[in-house]
Design a protein around this ligand. Structure first.
Ligand code: SAM
Length: 369
């Protein structure tokens, strides 16, 4: 079955539905490839979209603002226009507080995600957004206060718009990798068990996806947000899939060459020859890890007696809770952190178990690098 979201410019578009969820399958091809239901009027929001306040868009483009901050400003500008924006129905359906780690406070991140590497990524992402906003404010907003009033364009609205973009932007490979908000198509939830991706189909001028199985009427249709780890899903989308369902879950394992290693220089030379450095990160999954990780590990632990082979080897908690609302939030965030850390811990335990056995084999000379 093919489900599509037709663009406004395409033939046969009808009026936009007030309720995106009901209209998600805006056209459907049946087995004979014929359209079975009418199309919804839809368009994409990209960095090329027309601004309802053209002057605002013009100033940003004059300053060559990059796509993501441009889209973030676009969303704020359109949201501020309310009913006079062509996106008013869509924008009013967006969450007021997108689910993502952007909305966790520093102390929530520090307490709940102490055990996960994603804590640092979230802190970096929050700092990047603050930095991007400060840069725009300094270079552009402060110079045109009539176009960018502080009450509208501020850090709070930027955090909201970045939260929306990072949890809803769709990567359209067939449009040269353009990223777009696709109103109503972005109502689709993620499942780790499907390999179904939204993309732009040039022939039908629609954003479409093909389901990988038949769905019963009334059944929820899922798409994939990509092969992401649980930590990445929590970072951008604010949820952790049910335990054991995400085959793409992984934990980054940082490895590095010890400066105290007697063969440090030789080993580093061998690594550099293969485009590697003294510290590398490799993803480990419950099902195993990349061969490159083993090659790197063998090299770093190899004794000086193996120096001739170096070049070959390298090729291969509790928060203060005062209100019921905070208490619920605390319980919810803690549960997300527990779900994430359980899956990451499982991956690490399994990897540790296998590595210990391999190390034992290596020591007893049974394993050849
Ligand atoms: C692109 S939106 C999907 C539509 C969203 N459900 C809505 O109604 O606006 C992404 C957000 O949906 C939620 N979501 C998507 N897939 C999910 C899943 N499998 N489990 C829990 N939440 C999910 C998350 O809050 C995520 O940030």
């Amino acid at each position: 079955m093919v489900v599509g979201f037709r663009l406004a410019s395409s033939k046969g578009g009808d009026k936009q539905s007030g309720n995106g969820k009901e209209r998600i399958g805006c056209f459907e091809e049946n087995q004979q490839g014929r359209e079975a239901s009418p199309c919804a009027s839809l368009a994409l929001i990209t960095s090329d979209s027309d601004w309802s306040s053209p002057e605002v868009g013009h100033v940003l483009k004059q300053h060559n603002v990059a796509d993501l901050p441009l889209l973030a400003t676009y969303l704020i500008s359109e949201a501020n226009l309310q009913k006079s924006s062509r996106w008013s129905n869509y924008i009013s359906s967006l969450p007021r507080q997108p689910y993502s780690l952007l909305y966790w406070t520093r102390s929530e991140l520090d307490r709940y995600l102490k055990a996960s590497q994603i804590r640092l990524r979230a802190i970096e992402r929050i700092a990047d957004i603050t930095g991007t906003f400060d840069d725009l404010r300094r270079r552009i907003f402060s110079k045109h206060p009539h176009l960018f009033p502080k009450e509208v364009f501020n850090l709070v609205t930027f955090r909201w718009s970045f939260g929306i973009l990072l949890s809803r932007l769709i990567y359209l490979s067939s449009m040269d990798g353009k990223v777009a908000l696709v109103p109503w198509a972005d109502m689709l939830n993620h499942s780790c068990e499907v390999e179904t991706y939204l993309n732009y189909d040039k022939s039908s001028q629609a954003v479409v996806f093909t389901t990988d199985r038949a769905y019963q009427s009334g059944e929820q249709v899922f798409i994939s947000y990509g092969k992401k780890s649980n930590a990445e899903l929590l970072l951008s989308y604010g949820f952790v899939p049910k335990e054991g369902t995400n085959l793409n879950d992984s934990v980054e394992l940082p490895l590095s060459l010890k400066i105290s290693d007697k063969c440090y220089k030789q080993k580093l030379k061998a690594l550099k020859k293969h485009g590697l450095s003294a510290s590398q990160c490799y993803p480990i999954q419950i099902s195993g890890w990349p061969l490159e990780l083993m090659a790197y590990a063998y090299l770093t632990v190899s004794p000086p007696s193996m120096s001739k082979q170096f070049e070959e080897e390298s090729g291969s908690m509790d928060l203060d809770i005062t209100s019921q609302e905070l208490q619920n939030r605390g319980v919810f965030l803690k549960q997300l952190a527990v779900d994430l850390c359980i899956s990451e811990q499982k991956i690490l335990h399994r990897a540790q178990y296998i590595l210990k056995r391999r190390l034992r084999d290596m020591r007893s000379g049974e394993l050849r690098a």
